[in-house]
Design a protein around this ligand. Structure first.
Ligand SMILES: [Fe+2]
Length: 115
């Protein structure tokens, strides 16, 4: 199962773990996802974060909904930083999941509760 290959950890000590921060303004939710926020991840053609995905799993929802995917397409100058901001509208609470992909170290995940 691919789920068994997805790694996680404390983002303060593991540079691959996507950091999720959100703000809510009424029904508008702004979510920033960043890889390497505490310890920068390499950003070269040979070793880089290729993409980040954000999912929202509403309470009582059957499955997580894909909010969006951002691909990071340049790893020389200019350096595309592996961070992105997503906006969506909902009144619901639930879980935010982020998934990131390193071309050398694979899939990494994190989650936070959206209140
Ligand atoms: Fe890596």
């Amino acid at each position: 199962m691919i789920s068994g290959t997805i790694k996680s950890g404390d983002w303060k000590g593991e540079k691959h773990v996507p950091v999720i921060e959100y703000e809510r303004e009424g029904n508008l939710v702004r979510v920033e996802v960043a890889v390497g926020k505490e310890i920068p991840h390499p950003n070269t053609p040979e070793h880089h974060i290729a993409w980040i995905q954000l999912y929202f799993h509403p309470e009582n929802g059957a499955f997580p909904i894909l909010v969006g995917t951002v691909e990071f397409t340049n790893h020389t100058d200019p350096l595309t930083e592996p961070r992105a901001v997503f906006f969506f509208r909902t009144e619901k609470k639930g879980k935010l999941y982020a998934l990131s992909y390193c071309n050398i170290h694979g899939l990494w995940e994190n989650e936070v509760q959206l209140e």
